[in-house]
Design a protein around this ligand. Sequence first.
Ligand SMILES: [Zn+2]
Length: 443
Amino acid sequence: MTTARAVANLRELLRIPTVSRLETDTTKWEHFDDFIETVARLYPLVHSTLEMQLIAGHTMLFRWPGGSPGAPSVLMAHYDVVPAEAAGWDHPPFAAELTGEGEEQLVWGRGTLDDKGAVAAILEAVEAQLGVGHAPVHDIYLSFGHDEETNGTGAKAVAALLASRGIRPALVLDEGGAIVRGAFPGVTAPVAAIGVSEKGTTVVRLVVEQAGGHASTPPKVTATTRLSRAVVRIGASPFPAGLNPAMIGMFGVLGRHAKGGYGFAFRNARLFRPLLLATFKRLSDETSAMTRTTAAVTMLEAGMAANALAERATATLSMRVAVGSSVAASVEHLRRAIGDARVTLEVVNANEPSPISPARGTAWELLAATIERTHPGTVVTPYVQTGATDSRQLTAISDHVYRFTPFEMSKPQRDTLHAVNERMHVATYLRGIEFYSALVAAL
Ligand SMILES: [Zn+2]
C-alpha cells in the first residue's frame, strides 16, 4: 500500500453520499450501489479473493477463508452516514477536501470518523495483507453495515446468518471507543478505550391526552402544561449512578496510570465509589453518561392551531440504559419522577444493555498487543460504550464483542460526530490502517 493510494481511496469513498434515513424509501440507494462497486474497483485483491454476499439489501459481508476450521473473527464497520447539509461546514461534507500538511494534514467529510474511515482502513489492511500473501488461520469476516445509523437491519441479518451456520466468533471488533487524551482525570498518556459492553438504546414516548377546547378558556392544567411539567421533572431527577464490573475494570487500569489522588481513588474504587461517581458526573457529559442511565428529550409535539387547546401532547425520549440496569427499571424511574398518572409512558423500542465481554483472554490480549505495537505507550482500558453500535446484534453469538476504533480523536473532533466539520488527521488514518493490518496478520 502506498499512503498516497490509501488516502485517495478514502477520499473517493467519502465523496459517495451514503446517507441512510429512517424512512427507507427516501434513502438514495443508488449511492449505496455505487459504494459497493467502488469498493470492488479500489480493492481488487479483496474483490477477487474474498467471497462477498449482500445482506438485507446493502450490507456487505465478506468471508476470507481460513486455512483450518475454527472460530472465525468478525471485523465490523458501517458505511452509511448521518445526513449533512453544506451549511455550517468549513469544507463541504462530501468533498473530502485535504487541508494542512505533514502530521497536521486533515481530511474533511461526513464519515471520516463515523465510520467510513474504519471501513476503508479495514479494506486497505486486508488488501495489503493479501498483497504479501497472508492467509488467515481461521475465517475472517468483514461486515460493513448499510443502516447502522437508522434501523440496524443489516447487522441483525448478519448475526442471524452466522447463527444459522453455527458460527461463534472468537473475536468481534466494531466501531467504538477511540484513542483519547485528557478524557480521564489524572491520566496524561493516550488511552485506548475498548467498549466491552454498550448501554441499551431505548425510545420512550410520554403521552398526555385530555379534552381540548377553545384557548380562551383554558383549564388550570392543559395537556401541554402537564407534559412540560413531566419533562422538567425528568430533568430534575437524574438516574442513580452506579458502578458495573466493566467500570471497576476500567478504574483498575486507570489506577495504574493516573497520577496523584485520582490514582489512589481509582485503585480503591470500591472504597471511593461516591467520590468517583461524583467526579465522573461533574467532569464531562461523556464521563457522566458512563455511570448512569440517561434520557434526552429529543422531540416535542402538540397542538394543531394557535387558538385551540392541544388534545394530545407527546415527548420522545432517547434513553441509554446503563449496564447493570434494565429497560423496566428505567421506565419505572421515569414514572416515579413524573408522578402523574395522566402521563402515559409508551416504550417505542426497547434494547437492554449488552452483556460484558471480558477484559482478559485471547481476543482481548490480541487487541491490547496490537494497540501497543501500532500506538506504543497507549493505555488500554475496558469501558462501557455510551452510544449504540451494530455489534450489539452479535452478542448473541459471541462472548468476545469489542468496540474500538483505532483512531486518535481529540475532544473537538469527537464533538463533530453527527455534527458539522467531521474530520480526521491523515496520519491518524494511516496509523489506523497499520492497526488493522497488524491485527489481520495475527489472525
Ligand atoms: Zn457509527
